[in-house]
Design a protein around this ligand. Sequence first.
Ligand SMILES: *Cc1c(COP(=O)(O)O)cnc(C)c1O
Length: 380
Amino acid sequence: MIIPFYKPYYTGAEESYIRDAMARNRISGDGFYTAKVKEFIEEMFSVYKVFLTTSATHALEMAALLLNLEPGDEVLMPSFTFPSTANAVVLRGARPVFVEIQASTLNIDPADLEEKITPRSKAIIPVHYAGIGCEMDQIMSLAREHQLQVIEDAAQAVNASYRGRYLGTWGQMGCYSFHETKNITCGEGGALLINVGDTEMIQRAEQIIQKGTNRRQFIDGEVDRYTWVNWGSSYTPSEVLTAFLYAQFMELERITAKRRMIHGAYTHYLLPYARSGKIGIPVIPSACQSNYHLYYILFPTETARKNAQKALASSGIETAFHYVPLHSSPMGQRLGYRSGDLPLTEDLSRRLLRLPFFTGMTDSEIEYVMEHVTGILEKI
Ligand SMILES: *Cc1c(COP(=O)(O)O)cnc(C)c1O
């Protein structure tokens, strides 16, 4: 058997929605399906205002533009994240300040976060790793106390919540990803969520996404022609993509339920090894409702991880690491960070192995993976 690390899931309805989008003779952005998806997200997750984008990377870039970040500004974020979280800040000339994670959830550690706040801090970007919420009550209260903005990198966290409130809707802004590897996808896609009734910010977002024009006001009939009003860019996905995405959102609960089942099966097999202290597995705190985005094992040592990956590969099972901590990456070093700056992050990322995890996984695929993984764990 060959078990890929990841395989996109199709609901079967994507093609008919795309054909319908084509029949509407409007395949650029901001048409029928864009409106449908926005409306769905706004209602489902109680979001004040949603902008669909071509990726979470672009949603993060828009958020950084809306924060008016300037050179010298500092933005706090975990080092254990995807480069896009930091790129958005670096592109504005501001400085990412890397914060440790908690060993239990691999999410940003509020205690280290508090220690790294300075008078130059402007914002916090918590990353909800694996679709499990950061400690948002502590983070929001630190943000209020120090007057910082919060942009949630909820790229992995669509349909996950913390204390009953959806991730992505806690901060002033939140970012979703609909990349192929995420739970709900259109290949490449994302969304910027604005959670504050700030009309000026929303108007700026409308201009930024419309190439710096007031086209939005033109569409809404507020002006009789549109023109260049400010700097901006182009982050709008086409109707071909949003039609695909709509098909996926219509299956949101089924997709989440399927992933919950796979996650539960993995935990069923691995819990005895976690209980005996041999390995670590994802911890879902009681305040969190996960969307079951991914599954990982924390091995006791880097060598144990390497050997496990090799053994699994020889059985046709593809696995992956996560992440090279940003502070120790070549770009992080150019920013002045060094290996050793965040010991816990470095230790955890060296021991983490992600298992195959995708919505379409069959029972026999799950059993095959678990048979081989538990075989390895027996020998550790
Ligand atoms: C996937 C991911 C991104 C980037 O998402 P894209 O839609 O591919 O740009 C950013 N941050 C995190 C934490 C991610 O997992």
